[in-house]
Every structure is written in C-alpha cells, then in structure tokens.
Write a protein that binds this ligand. Structure first.
Ligand code: PEP
Ligand code: MN
Length: 341
C-alpha cells in the first residue's frame, strides 16, 4: 500500500500516519520527493485495510502497490533516484562511467589503469579484490591487500572505488575501504548477502544474475532496500541464452523496462556481456542510446597478461576511443559524459 500525501501535509500529519501504520506491525517507509511525500507500508496489508486513510488529514490518495517489489518500484518513488557514490552523483543527467581492471593484481595494473581511465573521463574506479571464479584453481583475488591497493589508487586519483563483496563475513571489511559495494551476478540471489549490504550506508551496484528475470532482479534490489539502504544501482551485464557467439546476451531491453518499473539508476556492463573486447564499444553505444545511466567497463594495459577477463578488456587507447564515441550519443539523448581530467 502506498499513501500519497498532499503537498501541504504537515510533519505532525505525516508522523501520525507513520504511527498508525507502525502500531499495526507494518513498516512505514517515507519517500520525500520535491513535489510530495509518499509513505510505503511494508508488511501484512490485511492489518491496515480497515484504516480509512482517505479521511485522515494530509492524505491525498491511498492505493495498493501491485508489483511484488515495493520500495524498488516507481509507484512508491515516482521520481528517478539520484545519489552519491563517493564524490560522484549517479542517476542524474551525467552518464557515469565506471572503469578499471577485472581484478586487482599483484603489480602496477590498477594504478596505471586508474590514471588512464581518469584521463579518459571515467568517474569511478572498479577492481575486484574478491573474485568469483568458475574454477577454484583460478586467481581468486588479493583479498584485503587488494582493498588496500584500491584505497591507494583512490588517494592518488581521487576516483571513488567500487569492488565486489562475495561473503556476508567480508561486508564489514569491504565497507571500510570501498565507496560502493558490488554484488556479482553469481551472488545476485544470495539473499543473506543482499540483506547484509542493505544494513550499510554505502551504495550497492547489483549485477543481474545470468539467469535472472527483470522481476527477480528487482526483488533482489528490494532485499537490499528493505533493510534500510535505498542506494541500489541495477547493472545489466548480459544473461545466458542459447547464443554462444558472445559470452552472455546483452538484454538491452532491460534498460527501458527497468527504468519504467523502477526509480533506481540502471547501468550496463558491456564487457561481461560481450566477453570479447571487439564488441564492447558497440554495445556501450547501444546502452547510452537506450538511456542507461552509466556504464561499467573492464580496462587493462596488457590484456594478454590479465589475471582475469583479458579477452574482454579494453586497452587504454581503445577505452579512450569508447569515451569519445559515446559523448555525441549521450548528447543526442539529452545526457552528457564528463571530459577527462
Ligand atoms: C566482474 O565485474 O568482474 C564480475 C565478476 O562481474 P559479473 O558478476 O557480472 O560476472
Ligand atoms: Mn570481470
């Protein structure tokens, strides 16, 4: 159930409604827009069905949220969500590019890449310290040492960092270093992990699981938001289909569908969708044209030597070209991509 308040509703009237809802054992989530405030009632709605909301001062309308996801839905929060990731705002007119190597490696890769992507206009640095690998014998990341290196790269470049957290036991550790959590495709329905990052006050980049429907992705976002953390970025990164020419099939339609159903920013990761550097720029162009709020791109100075995902990683000059290519497309759809610094 959502209760839309009149623009002139007073704080006392709002608090009265919150108390009424809470007394019945439901949670009242306030969404304060520029125009008006909406209260989302989360819990067993049968307990509040007899409350005559329309007769209560300050209330304009009350209606059920039909979707199974509530706090992630547009009905609850009609305006687009916009929030900071470190010193960068996502969900605004700027198309924010997150870039960096797949893994933080025990060499200079992260630092060289951080400088190069910043110069090309990327606003957030990525790099995995905890890597979900298909084989347990592959490089699984540097753990806390990788987080320390990310911190150093942030200090040097000023770029905020996003890095994957794989385990509930490591959330606190990752929180200490990162500006934002990443939940990987393989953990996108790890409900305990989703709940855990939902208890923290840093944004979460939630990748779509490789076999997840759009509705399931929004339900995963709901797990995070329901714990109190509203700052979720949805990331389309390709799904498994019968097609094998690309690593995953980029579901470009997910961008407008998610933006229609949800207020959360929607990013596209063309690197993991393509699996091949040759297709990454084209898919990035499609994502920008389609209205994506940001991109996540894997970049490496020497992809043949990358510890993970070399085949899909762009060399510095290719990444620079990608940034040049997407700028006019962003402008054509009323957005912009920052110049390099
Ligand atoms: C990654 O970003 O390096 C990664 C492992 O992505 P995904 O979870 O989308 O496969
Ligand atoms: Mn990767």
């Amino acid at each position: 159930m959502i209760i839309v308040l009149r623009p002139d509703a007073t704080e006392e009237q709002i608090q009265h409604l919150v108390d009424l809802i809470s007394e019945k054992g439901l949670r009242a989530h306030l969404s304060r827009g520029t125009e008006r405030t909406i209260i989302g009632c989360i819990g067993d709605e049968s307990k509040i069905q007899d409350i005559p909301f329309l007769a209560i001062p300050g209330v304009e309308s009350a209606m059920p949220i039909l979707e199974p996801y509530k706090l992630a839905s547009k009905s609850f929060h009609p305006e687009k969500s916009r929030f900071p990731v470190g010193n960068v705002t996502v969900g605004g007119d700027e198309i924010v590019v997150v870039a960096g190597p797949c893994s933080v490696e025990p060499n200079q890769t992260l630092f060289e890449t951080a400088r190069a992507v910043k110069k090309a206009g990327a606003k957030i640095l990525r790099g995995g310290a905890f890597k979900p690998r298909t084989s347990p014998y592959d490089f699984c990341g540097l753990g806390e040492e990788g987080l320390r290196m990310l911190d150093e790269a942030r200090q040097e470049t000023g770029l905020p960092i996003v890095t994957e957290v794989m385990d509930t036991r490591e959330v606190e550790l990752v929180y200490r270093y990162a500006d934002a959590f990443q939940i990987g495709a393989r953990n996108a329905q790890n409900f305990n992990l989703l709940r855990e990052v939902g208890k923290y006050d840093k944004p979460v980049f939630l990748k779509r699981g490789m076999s997840m429907t759009i509705k399931e992705l929004l339900m995963s976002a709901e797990y995070i938001i329901s714990q109190g953390n509203p700052h979720v970025v949805l990331v389309e990164r390709g799904i498994r289909t019968f097609e094998t020419a690309t690593r995953n099939t980029l579901d470009i339609a997910a961008v407008p569908v998610l933006q229609h159903k949800s207020h959360l920013p929607v990013f596209v990761d063309p690197s993991h969708a393509a699996g091949d550097w040759r297709y990454v720029t084209k898919l990035a162009c499609a994502a920008v044209a389609c209205g994506a709020d940001g991109l996540m791109i894997e970049v490496h100075p020497n992809p043949e030597r990358a510890f993970s995902d070399g085949a899909q990683s762009l060399k510095f000059e290719k990444f620079e070209m990608l940034m040049q290519t997407i700028r006019p497309i962003a402008e054509a759809v009323g957005r912009f991509v920052a110049e390099g610094a």
